[in-house]
Design a protein around this ligand. Structure first.
Ligand code: SAJ
Length: 415
């Protein structure tokens, strides 16, 4: 089949390479000329384990090429971003633009699949009206489905193949046709449903995680008040067969979990009370982390070493990262900071080249992302570089016991 994928980002690019490496002819479309140029040389502009080699092999086989405009194909997959606006509403402009862009090329028998995360009813209320401009009858001549992506950044190539998929068609035949498309590489189950259920299911998956992280973060704040070790409490409670409290941390970042719950809230603000509260709790964590930092430092810190600024470990993505807010708070408080993140190349003039450089002269260090690089370090060896060897580990990632370095873990107040 010939597949045209719109949006060469974290989802569209690996998906394109996957189809291409499974024998399909894939056209990758992106509005960014740099991304298009790089891709045609087999180069990628994002970090994801295994992706570079995978994309290069697809391009070298001649099955994947990039361009800035769509063209005629059998299947169109829309995988463009849905950012959140200032008013915390889904900005559907990229989805609308991508749908409009394919209208001149779509023919009878084609399948249009939206993978972008969208608020409930977007296929019915926004995408279908645009596709009607083709003059084709939707569901009989043009098949339309929402097949939300579910891959975890850091494990995209594995999860694309092994995760279960939900395929929400505008009618049964659309769901069936879209499911067939994914059968070429998906080894998980493919479940067929209607488009609106698929939209809502995707949003609820990420909301479930957000609410559970909020519960862990709330437990952390309660534990601070009561002098309890929240990390131990979570470990023990999770020994129950039906309990799965998530891990506390400096907040929830990324372009999915910190954003998707708002797509539900905007559609039903009166009812989505718990969902909103979870957002508020998670958004309050950067302030809590800075407060904790002040409590463990005996004097007001002059310089803080911030270790890890991505929204989670072992990735290069700083979007919606709680670290950005923590840096802003430090800045506003007039506290000097150095930053070290082995996964981020360009970010800030204060980005240090090594852990040693970042720690030198610091009164306190704060780990905000659980990169593997931070787990195996002998922090006792580094203690001498700091003015005061104190470290706040917000991701519970230091495993070795320390003597010279004073290690405080977010959540552990049992002392
Ligand atoms: N986090 C915690 N505590 C935890 C788990 C995560 O504080 O116990 C934080 C992380 O540090 C990070 C944020 O939450 O800041 C989100 O990280 P994540 O690893 O939970 O998820 P994402 O955003 O990288 O990917 C999620 C996944 N959704 C679910 O697991 C339900 C992924 O499967 C989705 O495809 C992705 O969102 C998406 O694109 O929607």
């Amino acid at each position: 089949k010939k597949i045209c994928v719109l949006g060469m980002g974290y989802i569209g690019l690996p998906t394109s390479a996957m189809f291409a490496n499974h024998g399909h002819e894939v056209i990758g479309v992106d509005v960014n000329e740099n991304v298009v140029g790089a891709l045609n040389h087999g180069e990628i502009t994002i970090e994801e384990p295994g992706l570079q080699g995978f994309v290069r092999s697809a391009v070298e086989k001649g099955n994947l090429r990039a361009q800035s405009q769509p063209e005629k194909a059998d299947v169109y997959i829309i995988a463009v971003p849905t950012p959140i606006s200032q008013e915390q509403k889904a900005d559907l402009s990229y989805v609308e633009a991508a749908t409009n862009a394919i209208v001149p090329f779509v023919c009878s028998g084609n399948i249009v699949i939206v993978e972008s995360t969208i608020p409930p009813r977007t296929i019915t209320d926004v995408v279908n009206p645009i596709l009607k401009q083709t003059g084709l009858e939707l569901g009989t001549e043009l098949y339309v489905a929402h097949c939300p992506e579910r891959v975890l950044p850091g494990q995209i190539l594995i999860e694309l193949v092994h995760n279960n998929r939900i395929v929400g068609g505008i009618n049964d035949i659309s769901a069936h046709k879209a499911a067939e498309v994914y059968q070429s590489f998906v080894k998980g189950e493919i479940y067929k449903t209607d488009a609106t259920s698929a939209e809502m299911a995707k949003l609820m998956e990420n909301t479930f995680r957000d609410v559970n992280i909020a519960l862990a973060n709330e437990l952390t704040m309660i534990s601070e008040r009561l002098g309890v070790n929240a990390l131990e409490v979570i470990k023990m409670a999770n020994k129950h067969p039906r309990v799965n409290i998530h891990q506390p941390g400096p907040g929830v970042g990324g372009h999915c979990i910190a954003v998707d719950p708002y797509f539900i809230i905007e559609k039903a603000p009166e009812e989505a009370k718990m969902i909103m509260l979870a957002r508020e709790i998670n958004n309050s964590m950067p302030i809590f982390v800075v407060d904790q930092m002040h409590k463990i430092c005996h004097v007001n810190p002059r310089k803080v070493a911030v270790l890890g600024i991505t929204y989670k470990g072992n990735i290069d993505d700083v979007r919606e990262s709680p670290a950005l807010e923590i840096l802003e708070i430090l800045q506003n408080e007039g506290i000097l900071f150095s930053i070290y993140d082995p996964h981020v190349k360009h970010f800030h003039e204060r980005l240090a080249q090594s852990l040693e450089e970042a720690l030198t002269g610091a009164d306190c260090a704060v780990i905000l992302a659980d990169h593997n690089e931070f787990k195996q370090v002998n922090y006792d060896d580094l203690a001498r570089l700091m003015s005061t060897p104190i470290i706040l580990d917000t991701k519970n990632c230091i495993s070795s016991p320390c003597i010279k370095m004073q290690v405080h873990r977010l959540g552990n107040y049992d002392n």
